[in-house]
Structures are given as structure tokens and as C-alpha cells.
Design a protein around this ligand. Structure first.
Ligand SMILES: Nc1ncnc2c1ncn2[C@@H]1O[C@H](COP(=O)(O)OP(=O)(O)OP(=O)(O)O)[C@@H](O)[C@H]1O
Length: 350
């Protein structure tokens, strides 16, 4: 649904060049919620602004729903009509909501419908439908100043859906909200994704957002995507940084004649008594250093850090047993062998 190919953006100001995007190739499948995560300055905002041509990339292409947006002339808010039309298929929500304080809630949602040229009656009907969809039907006549942050973001979402977009871009949409409101806005995004088949690309600096709602994720650093893939694949991949950050296992690495093993349980393996079987089968004392269960991307996942007596070479057979049980097994003391610079774990079509 969204594909970028070798996207670069170089800013030039006061004789200095900043490469904000450095060859970003991204593939977001129709109907998925895709999170781009990275620290401040990684290039996330630049990426999202290049996706809808609010900024023109220096090179590379952006295709949304089969249309190459970079082939259309212009950029920014005052772009020529073909780009503005293409953009009506892409909704966007913002960290600080960007509502007009002089208009009521309904007036804010009607704004893009006015630009699309709908009659007063059709605008009102559509705006009320959208407000109902986001749970704010009773706030149509209220001004934004009287709304909570979560309600303002719901208005932002209703407004973003006015042009019946297939794609919704979210620029840190929950960063200004408290944890509970964040959860309810993310759950609304997930509902809209499921009900309307909406493809959602969100940028965030919070791992919890990715954990709560994303099917796929990409880690961005210094303008580059350094790792990407379906969250469930990432969790099953030894050495994945995203997996480690999404789901830190806890427990210190101990030194000496011991082997520390990180295990990820997912799918059917979460219910099996694997550790007691391991202990019985190999007559080995297993120490549990840290463990947690959580829901990631709507699926239950468990992580555990255990310690076995003896060095790694002495534990090849018990470790093999764990792998045979369908678990992802990592030896966190070892550097990941032969890892490529960029890890791409997406399934077909990526
Ligand atoms: N208009 C601009 N002119 C010059 N440099 C810019 C401009 N916009 C962004 N940059 C630079 O590009 C780099 C990426 O910035 P960007 O805002 O995309 O990162 P980010 O990951 O979204 O971070 P944040 O969450 O802090 O906004 C930074 O070094 C930033 O200073």
C-alpha cells in the first residue's frame, strides 16, 4: 500500500547539509498497522512528511496505493491539484492535533469536506457520521478548548478520515497523551484499521506504542532503516534489536562457568512446561534469572532468561532441546554472528 524506494532527503541550510533520510526503502502492506520507531533526530518526521509530499524528497520514490506521488508536481500545502487530489486518499493526524480553535468540533471535521466541495448538507451528514465513529457524536457543537487531549485527537482522527482515505499517517499522535488515553486512542486506531481496512503508518519514539498496536515495525537510526519486519517474526529472530527493546527480558548476565540463555515463547509454545521437561530430561538445575509474559501485536508472548551450569559447549544438547520445542533461543553473552547491517524480516512482497 505504501512503498518507498531509496528515499533520501538532504536539507541545506546556512551552507550546511543534513541528510535526514538516507536511502529509505519501506514496504507497508494493505491493511496493516506499521510502526516506525527511532530516537529524536532519526528522521521519522521527515519520512512521514515525504510520504505525502508535504516535503519533496531529494531523490527516490513514494508510491501510495499504486500511485507514484513523486511523479506529481509540487509539494507542501499549496501543491497543484493532482497532488492535492492524490493526498485526499491519505489522512494524517498530529501530536498537537492541529485543530482550529475558532471552529466547533463539527466545523473542524467539515473543513476537508469543504475543500472537497461537498454541499453543506452532505458535509454535516458526513461529519456527524465520522464523529459517531470516533465516539464523539455528542460533542459536535463544542469548541476544541473544552475537550480533553484524547477527545481532541479523536476529532483529529475524524477529520483525517473525511476524504475516505485508504491510508492514515500518524505523526507521534499519542505522544502528548497520558498512558490511559494513549491506550484508548491506539485501540480506536486498531478498530478503524479492522473495520475500514485502513492501512496505518505511525511514527513514534515509544516502544509501548509498537507493542500495543503494530503488526510490523521498522527501527530508524540516522536516516536509515536498520531493522524491519513483522513483529511476530522479529520476536522469533535471535539478535533482533527491536525484539530485545520491545520485550526486555530482565535479569543480569552472570559470569563464570555458566551459560545464560534467553528464550522467547510464542504461539503454542507459551503453554508448554518446557523448563521442567528440560530439567528432567537432562538432570540439569535451571535457574530463572528473569521472565515476563506480555501481549505484543495482539498475541501472547513470553520471554525468559535462564542459566544452566557449565559453559555453552557443555550445553549444546539442552539448548538443542529448547530449539526443538519451537522456542527462539539466544545466548546473550555471544555477539550475533554474521549479522547483516540491515535486517529485513518482512514476508512476501517486502
Ligand atoms: N527543515 C529542516 N532544515 C534542516 N534540517 C532539518 C529540517 N528538518 C529536520 N532536519 C534535521 O533532519 C534530521 C532528522 O529530523 P526529523 O525531525 O525528521 O527527526 P525525528 O526522528 O522526527 O526527530 P523528532 O522526534 O525530534 O522530531 C535532524 O538532524 C534534524 O535536525
Amino acid at each position: 500500500m505504501i512503498t518507498t524506494s531509496d528515499l533520501t532527503k538532504v536539507y541545506r541550510s546556512r551552507g550546511r547539509e543534513v541528510t535526514a533520510l538516507d536511502g529509505v526503502s519501506l514496504h507497508v502492506r494493505p491493511g496493516e498497522v506499521y510502526g516506525v520507531i527511532g530516537r529524536s533526530g532519526a528522521g521519522k518526521s521527515t519520512l512521514i512528511r515525504c510520504l505525502n509530499l508535504l516535503e519533496r524528497p531529494t531523490s527516490g520514490t513514494v508510491t501510495v496505493d499504486g500511485q507514484d506521488l513523486t511523479a506529481l508536481a509540487g509539494s507542501g500545502n499549496r501543491a497543484p491539484r493532482p497532488l492535492r487530489l492524490a493526498r485526499s486518499g491519505i489522512g494524517m493526524i498530529f501530536q498537537h492535533f492541529n485543530l482550529l480553535s475558532s471552529r466547533t468540533v463539527q466545523g473542524n471535521v467539515e473543513l476537508p469536506l469543504e475543500i472537497l466541495g461537498l454541499s453543506r448538507r452532505d458535509r454535516a451528514r458526513k461529519a456527524l457520521e465520522l464523529l459517531d465513529l470516533v465516539g464523539l457524536a455528542d460533542k459536535a457543537g463544542v469548541y476544541p478548548a473544552r475537550l480533553s487531549g484524547g477527545q481532541k485527537q479523536r476529532v483529529g482522527i475524524a477529520r483525517a478520515l473525511a476524504g475516505d482515505p485508504k491510508v492514515l499517517l500518524s505523526d507521534e499522535a499519542t505522544s502528548a497523551l497520558d498512558p490511559e488515553t494513549t491506550r484508548s486512542v491506539l485501540s480506536l486506531l486498531r478498530d478503524l484499521n479492522e473495520q475500514l481496512g485502513l492501512t496505518v503508518l505511525l511514527i513514534t519514539h515509544e516502544m509501548d506504542v509498537v507493542k500495543a498496536v503494530c503488526d510490523s515495525a521498522a527501527l530508524m537510526e540516522k536516516g536509515r532503516i536498520v531493522e524491519s519486519g513483522a513483529v511476530s517474526d522479529l520476536l522469533a529472530t535471535p539478535g533482533s534489536r527491536l525484539a530485545r527493546e520491545l520485550f526486555p527480558v530482565g535479569g543480569d548476565l552472570s559470569a563464570g562457568d555458566r551459560t545464560v540463555v534467553d528464550i522467547t515463547f510464542h504461539g503454542e509454545s507459551t503453554g508448554r512446561p518446557v523448563i521442567s521437561r528440560l530439567s528432567r530430561a537432562y538432570d540439569v538445575d535451571v535457574s530463572i534469572l528473569g521472565a515476563a509474559m506480555d501481549t505484543v501485536g495482539g498475541r501472547q508472548v513470553g520471554r525468559m532468561r535462564i542459566e544452566l551450569p557449565g559453559r555453552a559447549e557443555d550445553n549444546v544438547v539442552p539448548i538443542g532441546f529448547l530449539r526443538e520445542q519451537g522456542l527462539t533461543v539466544e545466548l546473550p553473552g555471544d555477539p550475533p554472528a554474521g549479522r547483516a547491517d540491515v535486517v529485513e524480516l518482512s514476508g512476501e512482497g517486502a
